[in-house]
Design a protein around this ligand. Structure first.
Ligand code: GLY
Ligand code: MN
Ligand code: MN
Length: 439
């Protein structure tokens, strides 16, 4: 948690952005795995956490948009709860410690909300939140655009203290990747590497920021199956990041060969992805649209594939047509912070686009979550990749797509190649950028 002053200032600024009505920011509740007492690990709502710091379930923060005054509501734990859970803080004390008014129980909140003329809430991403909103304000499908914009404006620019937390998250993530690389051997399962990684995140005081991807089938972009045995020569793709105790995420990907060096076939593909990552990071600075950096990565990838005879024709034309997306069907990166895909619950386009840069509707590039101009204080990922996805290749070939740019015959030899992705996390500075987790 940061200082009470930090949260007070954040709430005031949010109130100024919204200007009238009552802002409603509920914490998350527990989610049940099966019976009531068996819950999934609790994950706080990042917006609630950003504006008051607490990592406890079932509290509710309201902010008076006219004054910026924060009020905290919640039901105190009963003696029976305390028998099972140990001593718990009183909601009134939590309110006081973070310079908020104590509003009372959740029943009191219900009656206060009924009296409010205008209630602003964010898009709910859990059914339990939707139910509560219906109960409290009569609907759950009218999120407040001024509130969304106000939250995005603040959370997009990370302070020095937040960046220090992100450095910690990435540092732990790097330790996870070093351990994976040092340990993964022929005969081990993907699951044993995944378990090792998760243990490091937990032992650092946090946990994983998202379910780890540890796979010899790197062409399946978000592959969470960990049942395969590793064989010599496999490329193991590990996409894993730690979340700090304070809730900040790392999101790092490495791909490496099992039991030896990159083969002659793997090396040029790896080097192309690495070149795309390095050149794109070099090009990052305030004022540059991230969409342009994405296009740069697509050109570097196309050039590398052309050198191998897998693509052909004019590189700029191939990228403009979207031919590269057969091999690179995702975006170069996204915002990262308290969420691994930061603020995505608020709507990807509010976070990643604006009036000057709009989202592409082209296959592949439409998955780019961040296109707008970069600003100092943005923390983002840079994650180019090259994948050989047999079903996609077959479909494009059958449809005769981009025949002028793709050598389908040469591709036959790469059907079982898998995929390579490399991902770093970066903070945009006043002049250019710094890779997080480095000094
Ligand atoms: N780990 C998810 C992503 O890289 O976006
Ligand atoms: Mn990732
Ligand atoms: Mn990522």
């Amino acid at each position: 948690m940061f200082s009470a002053r930090t949260y007070t200032a954040r709430r005031r600024r949010l109130a100024e952005a919204v200007s009238s009505g009552l802002i409603l920011l509920p914490a998350n509740g527990e989610a049940h795995m099966n019976y009531h007492g068996n819950t999934y690990p609790f994950r706080q709502d990042s917006n609630f956490r950003y504006f008051c710091g607490y990592n406890c379930p079932n509290l509710v923060l309201t902010v008076d948009a006219a004054t910026g005054e924060g009020t905290l509501y919640g039901d105190d734990f009963t003696l029976d709860d305390i028998v099972w859970m140990g001593e718990q803080p009183q909601v009134a004390d939590l309110a006081k410690d973070c310079s908020m008014t104590y509003g009372g129980s959740l029943e009191k909140l219900r009656s206060d909300l009924a009296k409010a003329n205008e209630v602003h809430y964010l898009p709910p991403y859990r059914e339990s939140r939707r139910e509560r909103l219906r109960d409290w304000v009569g609907h759950c499908d009218q999120p407040s655009v001024p509130l969304i914009r106000g939250v995005v404006a603040q959370r997009s620019i990370k302070t020095e203290k937040e960046i220090a937390e992100m450095d910690k998250a990435v540092f732990t993530s790097m330790r996870m990747h070093a351990a994976a690389r040092d340990t993964a051997k022929t005969g081990m399962t993907e699951a044993s590497v995944a378990g090792l990684i998760e243990g490091i995140a937990i032992s650092a005081g946090g946990r994983l920021a998202y379910p780890a991807i540890v796979t010899r089938n790197g062409h399946i972009l978000h592959n969470h199956y960990h049942g395969n045995e590793l064989k010599r020569g496999d490329l193991l793709l590990v996409d894993a990041g730690a979340e700090t105790e304070t809730g900040y995420a790392g999101d790092i990907t490495r791909t490496f060969p099992i039991g030896g060096n990159l083969s002659d076939k793997q090396r040029p593909i790896y080097e192309t992805v690495e070149m795309a990552k390095v050149q794109c990071i070099r090009a990052l600075r305030p004022g540059v649209p991230y969409r342009d950096i994405h296009d740069l990565s697509a050109r570097i990838i196309t050039e590398g594939l052309k050198d191998l005879g897998l693509m052909k024709g004019d590189i700029g034309e191939a990228v403009a047509a979207g031919a590269h997306a057969l091999f690179y069907p995702h975006g170069l990166g996204h915002m990262i912070g308290l969420d691994v895909h930061d603020m995505e619950d608020l709507g990807e386009d509010y976070v990643g686009y604006d009036n000057t840069v709009q989202r592409s509707d082209q296959f592949g590039t439409r998955n780019l979550r961040l296109g707008r101009r970069l600003q100092a204080g943005f923390t983002i990922t840079v994650e180019p990749g090259i994948y050989f996805i047999p079903r996609l290749i077959d479909q494009w070939k059958a449809d005769g797509l981009h025949k002028d740019f793709i050598n389908y015959d040469a591709l036959e030899d790469y059907r079982n190649f898998g995929g390579i992705r490399l991902e770093d996390n970066v903070v945009i500075t006043e002049d250019n950028c710094r890779v997080l987790g480095s000094v």
